[in-house]
Write a protein that binds this ligand. Structure first.
Ligand code: ATP
Ligand code: MG
Length: 242
């Protein structure tokens, strides 16, 4: 589904990613973790070409992001992304947030977009809030709307970048519950998160990054079950968060 091959990236003269190679299969849930500044957000943004790469290639569902002939907006329309800071349009209602890209990017008519959007809103448990504006919702609710908005586009994969780290603790659970449900339904997911409970519960693989490199890429069982076999940096990280 996603094949990341020998990806390197520089911000000016600073090399932020070095020779990253991994893959995500259909239906797989992969958690990406690692210290602050290790390149997790940058890596996930390269997958839908929000950040360009200078070396290597990423192939999403058979389409290469490095190929100049690739229609990147089209590719992005199939890749759902949810960030740390809820990026809803503040001046649009929940319903308008849910339908805008479906109409503008996918060319759906208003009725179809509304139907699809409300179905996804129901799925995240927020049907009652359809006419509110983002500012009238809690952070956890906004993040669930952001997930519903991404799902309304019928994504083939969902990318999450620390979707719960800006939330008050009591709201983390409601967002994780939605993510767990998605994972259990077989959605292909790449999630940057420090929520190791989530990783243990639903992930298939764990990628650990340090200084722009993927230094662990193993099954959940290997990552959590045999810490003695992990690299020193991963061991140190695990000892702090577990
Ligand atoms: P965190 O856990 O804090 O979110 P991260 O692993 O997501 O960290 P990135 O945000 O990918 O790390 O950043 C990796 C490195 O690249 C950091 O050293 C950061 O300062 C640098 N960096 C990120 N974005 C830019 C940018 N637009 N221009 C220059 N340097 C950047
Ligand atoms: Mg980050």
């Amino acid at each position: 589904m996603i094949k990341i091959s020998n990806v390197s990236k520089w911000y000016g003269s600073f090399q932020v990613l070095t020779d990253c190679t991994t893959h995500i299969e259909k239906g797989e849930v992969v958690v990406v973790c690692g210290p602050s500044g290790s390149g997790k957000s940058t890596l996930i943004k390269t997958v839908n070409a929000l950040e360009p790469i200078q070396k290597g290639d990423i192939v999403v569902n058979g389409v290469s992001i490095a190929d100049p002939k690739t229609n990147l907006p089209k590719l992005r329309s199939h890749v759902g992304m949810v960030f740390q800071h809820f990026e809803l349009f503040p001046h649009l209602s929940v319903t308008e947030n849910l339908t805008l890209a479906q109409i503008k990017v996918l060319g759906r008519n208003k009725d179809d977009a509304l139907k699809r959007g409300l179905k996804m809103l129901d799925r995240v448990g927020l049907s009652a809030h359809k006419d509110k504006f983002p500012g009238q919702l809690s952070g956890g609710q906004q993040q669930r709307v952001a997930i519903a908005r991404a799902l309304s586009m019928d994504p083939i994969v969902m990318l999450f970048d620390e979707p719960t780290s800006a939330l008050d603790p009591e709201m983390v659970g409601e967002v994780l519950d939605v993510m767990v449900q998605l994972a259990n339904e077989g959605m292909t997911m790449m999630c940057v998160t420090h929520e190791m409970g989530f990783a243990r519960k639903v992930s298939h693989r764990v990628i650990f990054m340090d200084q722009g490199r993927i230094i662990e890429d193993c099954t959940k069982q290997e990552f959590f079950g045999s810490p003695e076999a992990r690299s020193p940096r991963a061991k140190e990280f695990l000892s702090k968060i577990l």
